[in-house]
Design a protein around this ligand. Structure first.
Ligand code: MIC
Ligand code: SF4
Length: 644
């Protein structure tokens, strides 16, 4: 049997371990990216490592999340990020230049390379044939310092696409179909590799829409081969030299296969409040909508905006609807303004926002009370829009634009003839908003600018021998990091100020959580399945750690959050018998004795529920290295100890 593409790239980058699913592997990282909401912490951690300059081939720092400047905080962070990038040899993409994943695809991504990003949608780069993985900021800091990225070797799931997309059906519908079939847990522990004759008709931005939303499957990453389609995209971006043909061998072996016939597909939509809650757009026909938002790293490319302009040209946004559009990058913004498409959007009544994450992360454009909002985004978790009662639907830009005109959910096939947008032969290339770092001797003299919003990184103490404390909170399945550490216009600016942020842990679920955690001097959280799905924000581990959290017992964990818990010295345990979840309540006192001895590879951990007089057998599933990290009180302590 031949080798699949994911394994080929992984084996080229393998530093240690065996490429057997479930084994711990470490891989060399060629490129890193950070964004401003996770970047401040990642760079503070990098600084704490005492390494003078990044050791990657390329590291880029983007500003795209915290662009709403309602106080000094975000502006302070931007200055900090710009100065620290210059000092340590990092490219700096200025605010206004666009969303990290879209800009990275346009200007830096390259087939066959590895990319580690402090954002869960880093797999967007998989559309170009890279192994692009999202991770916590601390993992990215370690990679910038030249350390390998350590993870569990995933299984490779092959999604084979046959046929061609019918008119009005798009890449967004393909990934919604995968989510419908596999759910938000379906990709955990997997890399999704797309193959088959159907991929030929998908251009790079379309492929990237699919790999981007592989994050919603919980997948480690997703990847397409690098072929003629990739070649013409890179050529049009003036980067032909980055091209390298790469694909799976014929008869490549996979751990699992899913086949989708594109001929049979129709426009789909994800209903509130989960990206896998999928049905056809036609089924929801007539549902009134009050807001439509087009943009985000999933669907804000040149072709997406052109498709929207084609639909809205000479039309008017329905009186009930507020339509917000954020172009994914300055390139997209400028090209659509020069070719007149932007004028068509403005004329139709769209509210044009800057090239940034914006409403996707609750930075403005919160919908009205109980209002239905259709978005071309990737996440519709409850409350993420900024309105707790908001009803957020996810769909293609085409479904969004059609609904903006009619004021109700609309299957765009009702609009008649369809004009599929071709990519330009040449994109408008202008990198003046990306600042290259100065040479090392110049960089040394740079002073890092630290405003009052930049507070030191809290560091965990080494693991004590015995752990005891109350169950501070018990939650259900599929808890997202948006539940644990919400974002939005009020909280996101506090990302570099952990004490201020700690007031908002679990704010939407239980506002008393922070005061309780402080009063009890820390304790445990009990979770259901897929605990910590969604974003890569390490704040969902770091800030609870600051409040004294030392252990989470869940039915199962999402990959990035589990890694973040370990990185901050919090013990992640899973119930050996999942029904024992029922025998534990908020307020119960738990005790683990002799934890240092119990945390041995493959050994179970007995947790005593002192309140109920029960023993709960748990598994930690930690590797030798992860055990050492937890014992040291986290990755920063562990790395520093290794360096000195
Ligand atoms: C998100 O989409 O939730 C974010 C904001 O981009 C996060 C990162 C963050 O919380 O800063 C992500 O997906 O990793
Ligand atoms: Fe930004 Fe939204 Fe993409 Fe996250 S998912 S990187 S918030 S656009």
């Amino acid at each position: 049997m031949g080798t699949n593409l994911a394994r080929k790239i992984l084996s080229e980058h393998l530093v240690s371990g065996k490429l057997e699913p479930g084994e711990e592997i470490s891989i060399r990282i060629d490129q890193t990216l950070t964004q401003d909401a996770t970047g401040t912490m990642a760079y503070l951690q990098f600084e704490a490592m005492g390494i003078p300059r990044v050791k990657t081939e390329l590291s880029v720092s983007y500003v795209d999340h915290n662009t709403l400047q309602t106080g000094f905080e975000n502006a302070d962070d931007h200055q900090f990020l710009q100065s620290i990038a210059a000092k340590y040899g990092i490219y700096f993409s200025r605010p206004g230049n666009g969303i990290c994943h879209q800009v990275h695809l346009e200007r830096f991504g390259a087939p066959g390379k590895t990319l580690l990003g402090s954002d869960s949608h880093t797999p967007t780069g998989g559309g170009l044939g890279m192994i692009a993985i999202g991770a916590g900021g601390l993992d990215v800091a370690v990679a910038m310092g030249g350390g390998p990225f350590v993870t569990t070797m995933p299984q490779i799931l092959n999604v084979r696409l046959t046929g061609t997309l019918p008119p009005w059906v798009t890449a967004k519908d393909i990934i919604l179909e995968v989510l419908r079939r596999r759910t938000v847990k379906g990709g955990v522990g997997k890399i999704v590799e797309y193959t088959g004759p159907g991929i030929k008709s998908l251009n790079v931005p379309a492929r990237s829409t699919i790999t981007n939303m592989g994050a919603e499957l919980g997948a480690t990453t997703s990847i397409f081969p690098s072929d003629d389609v990739t070649h013409s995209y890179l050529k049009a971006q003036g980067r032909e030299s980055a091209y390298r043909e790469m694909g799976p061998d014929e008869n490549a072996a996979y751990d699992d296969v899913e086949e989708i016939n594109l001929d049979d597909m129709v426009p789909l939509i994800a209903k509130p409040h989960s990206p896998d809650n999928v049905c056809t757009a036609a089924e929801l026909k007539g549902t009134p909508v009050v807001q439509v938002a087009i943009g985000s790293c999933t669907n804000s490319s040149f072709s997406d905006l052109m498709a929207v302009a084609n639909i809205l040209r000479e039309k008017t946004v329905h009186p009930r609807v507020s339509l917000a559009i954020s172009p994914g990058s300055r390139q997209v913004f400028e090209m659509t303004s020069r070719n007149g498409a932007l004028a068509d959007l403005i004329s139709a009544g769209a509210r044009i926002l800057e090239s940034a994450c914006g409403p996707c992360i609750g930075m403005g454009q919160a919908p009205p009370t109980e209002g239905a909002s259709i978005r071309s985004f990737n996440r519709n978790f409850k409350g993420r829009s900024g309105t707790a009662s908001g009803q957020v639907y996810l769909a293609s830009p085409e479904v969004c634009a059609a609904s903006a005109i009619t004021g109700e959910i609309t299957d765009p096939r009702e609009l008649g003839d369809y004009e599929r947008v071709e990519l330009p032969e040449e994109f408008l290339i202008d990198d003046r908003m990306i600042i290259a770092p100065p040479a090392a001797d110049e960089a040394e003299k740079i002073q890092i600018i630290r405003g009052p919003n930049i507070k030191p990184v809290p560091v965990q103490k080494p693991l004590p021998g015995d752990l005891s404390g109350e169950v501070l909170l018990k939650v259900e399945d599929n808890i997202t990091t948006d539940h644990i550490m919400p974002a939005g216009a009020k909280i996101l600016p506090l990302r570099s100020n952990i004490p201020a942020m700690s007031e908002y842990v679990y704010a939407g679920v239980d506002p008393e959580f922070p005061s309780r955690a402080k009063e009890k001097g820390g304790g445990f959280i009990v979770g259901g399945d897929n605990y910590g799905q969604g974003s890569s924000r390490e704040h969902a581990a770091l800030v609870p750690m600051y409040l004294g959290l030392r252990g989470v017992i869940a039915r199962s964990f999402a990959r990035i959050h589990r890694a973040n818990l370990i990185n901050f010295g919090i013990v992640p345990l899973v119930f050996d018998d999942p029904t024992q979840y029922d025998g534990i309540a908020q307020g119960d006192v738990l005790k683990i004795e002799g934890l240092h001895e119990r945390l041995a590879v493959d050994k179970p951990v007995a947790v005593r529920n002192e309140t109920k007089g029960l023993d709960i057998i748990c598994r930690h599933n930690l590797s030798e290295r992860q055990i050492d990290i937890i014992k040291a009180g986290g990755l920063l302590n562990y790395t520093k100890a290794g360096v000195s």
